[in-house]
Design a protein. Sequence first.
Length: 141
Amino acid sequence: MTRVVAEGVAARDPLEGLRRIGIDEISYKKGHRYITIVVDHDSGRLVWAAPGRDRKTLGAFCTALGETRCAIVTHVSADAAQWIAEEVAAHCPDAVRCADAFHIVAWAGDALDQVRRDTWNAARKGGVSLHARGANREIVV
């Protein structure tokens, strides 16, 4: 695997020309082992990955990218992890930071669940538990 990656990097620098990138961490195996990944939104390719999920790990990517190439990054999508925001602000201060679509949908779903629970509990506590129970039943036409 190391040889194939080295040959690929020798043929084309995967970090060259990055403008719009996505940063996330994924877990693997059991026990909270993580890999931080960086994708190129323009090509759709994975351009960098390393074990860990912290500022030090992302800092290694920024170091590999270099100051000149960090300066031309225009957009960075990521979740709301503070360590990502801090590292992006330190190395790519002019880049627009965006929330990634996966997390936006997840946060909206979580918010909807919370509103549903709060509404159901308020109806139950307000003495309209029949309406609260009825709201959870399927209506068949």
